[in-house]
Design a protein around this ligand. Structure first.
Ligand code: NDP
Length: 242
């Protein structure tokens, strides 16, 4: 099936596309035939490099800011696919968590998704088609010690996306969630070796994920081959937490 999960003729925006999972998603969507806009906050050089490699465009915007998120979507043009991937962690136990740790994670991970989805929704509804894929996390489904802010933001993405799917379905617009388990990126480099080994022990497939493992799931959900799938959560975690 050479055309499976083709995105030929479609335009896609990937937030946080400068590295890690976002960069792999940008590459995979381009491989599927999409024209890809690579959103980034500070990694200009990396984002430009990826954009030129895949024949796309890099656009700078801090998606935790409502105006910048709106501008990003406007600069990206008429979108068929929106992938909300930008995310951060500011881990710490609840008793010591600062207001800033809470707000920065909620604003970057969850408010950003609201801003970009709101900005694309009118155009997608008018064109009677579109696919939104929001990156949550296994932590958004089960919680995690020392990550109450991150868990709240990622759990919020699940509930938000299911609501979107209900609102937009009649206009042919789909919204789904991809929830990665432990994927090797800069985000997880900071995790203690002992905690990493513990997670590995709980992963039936016995390995950590690669950004490409997540990217292939995002590609499928973005494509018309997933045209009867909306409001769902696809966990890409090697069986962790099932
Ligand atoms: P990385 O830290 O490697 O990359 C994060 C990306 O998000 C960077 O491109 C960064 O851009 C961008 N970003 C951060 N803040 C903003 C902002 N305010 N505005 C725009 N872009 C921003 O993370 P991963 O690739 O590991 O994670 C990607 C997504 O997947 C995140 O949402 C994460 O929560 C989720 N995830 C990851 C897991 C993992 O194991 N790695 C597990 C579960 C979920 P820049 O560098 O330019 O600032």
């Amino acid at each position: 099936m050479p055309d499976f999960a083709s995105l030929e003729g479609k335009t896609a925006l990937v937030t946080g596309g400068s590295r890690g999972i976002g960069a792999a998603v940008a590459r995979e969507l381009a491989r599927a035939g999409a024209t890809v806009v690579v959103g980034y906050r500070s990694g200009a050089e990396e984002a430009e490099e990826i954009a030129s490699e895949i024949g796309g465009r890099a656009v700078q915007a801090d998606v935790s800011n409502a105006d910048e998120a709106k501008r990003l979507v406007e600069e990206a043009g008429d979108l068929d696919v929106l992938v909300n991937n930008a995310g951060i962690t500011r881990d710490g136990v609840l008793a010591r968590m600062t207001d800033d740790d809470w707000r920065s994670v909620l604003e970057t991970n969850l408010s950003s998704v609201f801003y970009t989805c709101r900005a694309v929704s009118r155009g997608m509804m008018k064109r009677r088609g579109g696919s939104i894929v929001n990156l949550s996390s296994i932590v958004g489904l089960h919680g995690n010690w020392g990550q109450s802010n991150y868990a709240a933001s990622k759990g919020g993405i699940v509930a938000f996306t299911k609501s979107l799917a209900q609102e937009l379905g009649s206009r042919g617009v789909r919204a789904n969630v991809v929830a990665p388990g432990y994927i090797k990126t800069q985000l997880t480099d900071a995790i203690r070796e002992e905690a990493q080994q513990q997670m590995l022990g709980l992963t039936p497939l016995g390995r950590f994920g690669e950004p490409e493992d997540v990217a292939r799931a995002v590609r499928f959900l973005s494509s018309d081959d997933a045209s009867f799938i909306t409001g769902e959560v696809v966990v890409v975690g090697g069986g962790l937490g099932m």
